[in-house]
Design a protein around this ligand. Structure first.
Ligand code: SF4
Length: 145
């Protein structure tokens, strides 16, 4: 009889990347408006590498959900009814670098280029295929965790 063995995911590197970002003195004024989570309004969807997607999916699982449900307004499926992110601690890199104009716009690439490179290396080591739109990336990761 074959049996699937669930291995505890190793999030050491993704946590380290996010911690490093937190420690950078990059001024931002996020008002927690949730504006950047409304993809239909912004015309932008975060693109996730596999390490980010797995960590986000882990957050979804931790909140008791097994799959993503589309948001009725075309916003991020992880945006809660209260207008706040339901996986805030596990949110992807793009959500941490505030592409929202009101918060100061996207971080200048040269200030986070090394972290992006680490995300790409992690993606490669996990067998990823590069960045993918949030919904597809997290949806697939939920099935493979
Ligand atoms: S993951 Fe969270 S912070 Fe990022 S777009 Fe979705 S709801 Fe917003």
């Amino acid at each position: 009889m074959s049996r699937r063995h669930a291995t505890k995911p190793d999030f050491t590197e993704i946590r380290a990347i996010y911690a490093e970002l937190e420690n950078r003195p990059l001024a931002r004024q996020c008002q927690l408006s949730g504006q950047c989570c409304h993809f239909r309004l912004t015309g932008k969807t975060p693109q996730l590498t596999l390490g980010e997607a797995n960590f986000a999916a882990y957050g979804v699982r931790a909140s008791g959900r097994k799959e993503l449900k589309p948001h009725p307004d075309g916003a991020c499926p992880l945006l809660g009814k209260t207008g706040r992110c339901t996986i805030y601690d596990n949110r992807p890199f793009g959500c941490r670098t505030h592409f929202c104009r009101a918060a100061g716009g996207m971080y200048p690439r040269h200030q986070v280029a090394d972290l992006i490179q680490r995300l790409e290396s992690l993606d490669e080591s996990l067998g990823g295929e590069g960045s993918r739109p949030l919904e597809a990336a997290v949806g697939d990761a939920l099935h493979s965790l």
